[in-house]
Each structure stands twice: as structure tokens, then as C-alpha cells.
Design a protein around this ligand. Structure first.
Ligand SMILES: [Fe+2]
Ligand SMILES: [Fe+2]
Length: 376
């Protein structure tokens, strides 16, 4: 028995409590396979980040004080406390008899989502721990709290399949990638907003087509994506405190992150055809839908959006996707032939990415008021 027995990560009010509960849970489960997958660091797998925490700590939110206080008050009110746990809406899943390819892809989806949620948790928690700025540390504590719940809930789902991602182990052993604070803003802002767009698009689709809801976790996606929406709002406000972040040469960085985040999503999702077929979702339609929503949202702070209607856009995404398949196959083959084919694939991928990056972007005026509400 331990101090946290009987409590669930969904009820934790701080990230520390959430993680302690997760740690104490079910040591008997086999976490090797899931944790190994979560440990992978490739261009396509979720990474852990570290940054210059002192620079982040020095942010002064006074220029956006009104919006800031409203957003923080909303997060302190904590409308989703207790939400992320199984209840009577959680239908039984027959993991044993799930079609093997679907099972493989769905588990991969859960592990990758859990790692991504936890990546946010680790970064936010570290900022909160190192900082002295009351505004900044309060925000990061609140966001870390949410991400710990999200990761904990996905682990609940994985546990039914006899798996879990060992979060304590990941924290200590997974490689951390250093990003300057401004890159953290661009990357994290985008991953929060695209996370919102992904979750809400699946949620709305399954609302209209419940026969495709092959797992209960999707029922939780609406409240879930509202958390991600708020996190994205917080980063938009942080960027708004310093106009230089969205001007001049930084616009090229913004374009780079937009292209990288969209392209990664496209390629990663196309690795899971059985998963999307089970959801009744065409991954090309889904990608376009998510990019459209994310672009619309990101107009709140970024002065450009990618021209996803440009004919070269879809063509080069497909080219990138084929190059990725080629690289994966070449790795399996091995030997000199494999190496050469891998090199060819990498060159094709780089040229497709460059082609995507250099499609002229769409410019627009950024509104005076940053704040948005989740409307999708
Ligand atoms: Fe999250
Ligand atoms: Fe988030």
C-alpha cells in the first residue's frame, strides 16, 4: 500500500501528485515493449525537450496582463478535474480478438500519444521547478498538471492491453533535445494547437459516425482538446509579449516549424492505414482538415500561413511519404544495397521537404487581440 492508493491521476491537482500516482500503479505490468517504443528518437517520434529556463523565466506578461489573468483563472478553476478516468462510458475492449494490424497500429498510436503528452509534462514541470517568476511558474505548473493527467489516462487504456509506458524511466533515460526558448514557443504552440485540431476533428467525425468508434478513449477527446486549446492560448500570449518573435527573420523560422509539424503529422499518420480505416477516416482528408483548422487558429499570432491549397503542397507531401516508406524498407534490408537505398530515400525526403518549405506562404495581418475560444 502507498499514500496514493485508491487515487487516480485524473484527480491529481498538481503534476507531482499525478506522477506519484502513476509511479505507484501496477508495477506488475510489462512495460518493456511500450517503453522501448517511447524511448525511440527519430524524426517522426515524439521527443523530450529542454531549453534555457532562465530566459523563459525572465518573460514579463504585463503587456498581456488582462488576457493572461483570465486564461489563468480558467485553468485554475480546473473544469476537467476528475474527467480523465474510466467510468460507465468506458466500453469493454476485446484486445485479444482485435484485428492484428489494427491492434498494432492502435497501440503504436497510444504509445506515441502518451509520449507526446508526457513530453509536454516533463518540459512544463521542469520550467515550473526552475523558475522564480510567479506568472510563468504558475502557468507551467497548470499545464504540467493537465499533461500528466492526459498521459496517465492513455496509460489506463494501454494497461488493458497489458502494456504501459514507464513514465519515471522515460524522464530519466530518454534523450533530451535542446531548443532555444523561441523555438520552444513555435514548436509547442503549434503542437498544442494541432493537438486540439486533431482531437476535435476525430471527436466530431465519431459523433457523426459512432459505428466507427472502436475504442472508448475517443469519447474523452472533446474535454481533452479543450485543455490543449488553453495551452496553445498561453503560448500565443507568451509570444505576444515580444513582437520580435513574430517578425523579420523569425517569420522564416515560423514557416519552418509550420512545415515540419504538418509534414511530420502527414507522414506519421500515413504509417497507420488500418487505424484510419477503422475510424472511417481518409488520412488525406484528415490531414487537410487538421491543417485547415490549425492554420486558421495560428493566424491569431503568426503573420503567415502555409498555402496548403497550392498544387505542389499535396504532391510533395506524397513524395515525402513515399521517401519515408523507402527509407524504412531500406533499413530492414540492410547491407550496402540497403544503405544506398536509404541514402536515396533521404535525399528524396530532403528535396520534398525543401519543395514544401519554398511554396510561397500566405501573408495576413495579425489581430490586435490574441485570445480565441475553441469553436470547432
Ligand atoms: Fe495534453
Ligand atoms: Fe497540452
Amino acid at each position: 500500500m502507498n499514500a496514493h492508493s485508491g487515487k487516480h491521476t485524473a484527480d491529481a491537482t498538481t503534476v507531482e501528485e499525478g506522477l506519484a500516482i502513476a509511479e505507484a500503479q501496477d508495477k506488475q505490468f510489462n512495460d518493456e515493449m511500450a517503453t522501448e517504443t517511447a524511448m525511440q528518437n527519430t524524426l517522426l517520434t515524439p521527443r523530450f525537450y529542454t531549453t534555457d529556463f532562465d530566459e523563459l523565466d525572465a518573460i514579463d506578461v504585463e503587456p498581456v496582463r488582462d488576457d493572461w489573468d483570465k486564461l489563468i483563472a480558467q485553468m485554475v478553476a480546473d473544469p476537467n478535474k476528475g474527467h480523465f478516468k474510466k467510468n460507465e462510458d468506458w466500453d469493454h475492449i476485446d484486445w485479444e480478438n482485435m484485428e492484428p494490424q489494427l491492434k498494432k497500429e492502435f497501440i503504436d498510436f497510444l504509445i506515441s500519444s502518451c509520449t507526446a503528452e508526457f513530453s509536454g509534462c516533463v518540459l512544463y514541470k521542469e520550467m515550473k521547478r526552475r523558475g522564480t517568476n510567479k506568472d510563468v511558474t504558475q502557468l507551467f505548473q497548470l499545464m504540467a498538471r493537465d499533461e500528466a493527467r492526459h498521459a496517465g489516462f492513455i496509460n489506463d487504456a494501454l494497461r488493458e492491453a497489458g502494456l504501459r509506458v514507464n513514465l519515471g524511466f522515460l524522464t530519466q533515460k530518454k534523450k533530451y533535445t535542446y531548443f532555444r526558448p523561441k523555438f520552444i514557443y513555435y514548436a509547442t504552440y503549434l503542437s498544442e494547437k494541432i493537438g486540439y485540431a486533431r482531437y476535435i476533428t476525430i471527436y466530431r467525425h465519431l459523433e457523426a459516425h459512432p459505428e466507427h468508434r472502436f475504442h472508448p478513449i475517443f469519447k474523452w477527446f472533446r474535454e481533452w482538446c479543450n485543455d490543449e486549446f488553453s495551452h496553445g492560448e498561453a503560448f500565443a500570449l507568451l509570444m505576444k509579449t515580444d513582437p520580435k518573435l513574430t517578425k523579420g527573420v523569425n517569420v522564416w523560422w515560423i514557416k519552418f516549424f509550420l512545415t515540419a509539424v504538418y509534414a511530420t503529422m502527414y507522414v506519421r499518420d500515413h504509417q497507420r492505414p488500418a487505424f484510419h480505416a477503422a475510424l472511417g477516416v481518409d488520412p488525406d482528408w484528415y490531414a487537410h482538415e487538421v491543417f485547415t483548422k490549425t492554420s486558421k487558429l495560428s493566424e491569431q499570432i503568426f503573420p503567415i500561413t502555409l498555402d496548403i491549397e497550392h498544387p505542389a503542397w499535396q504532391r510533395n507531401l506524397e513524395k515525402l511519404q513515399r521517401a519515408n516508406v523507402r527509407i524504412a524498407r531500406a533499413k530492414e534490408v540492410g547491407g550496402i544495397g540497403g544503405k544506398l537505398s536509404q541514402l536515396g530515400g533521404s535525399l528524396a525526403a530532403a528535396s520534398a521537404f525543401a519543395a514544401l518549405y519554398f511554396i510561397p506562404s500566405k501573408k495576413h495581418r495579425v489581430p490586435e487581440n490574441v485570445r480565441l475560444e475553441p469553436v470547432y
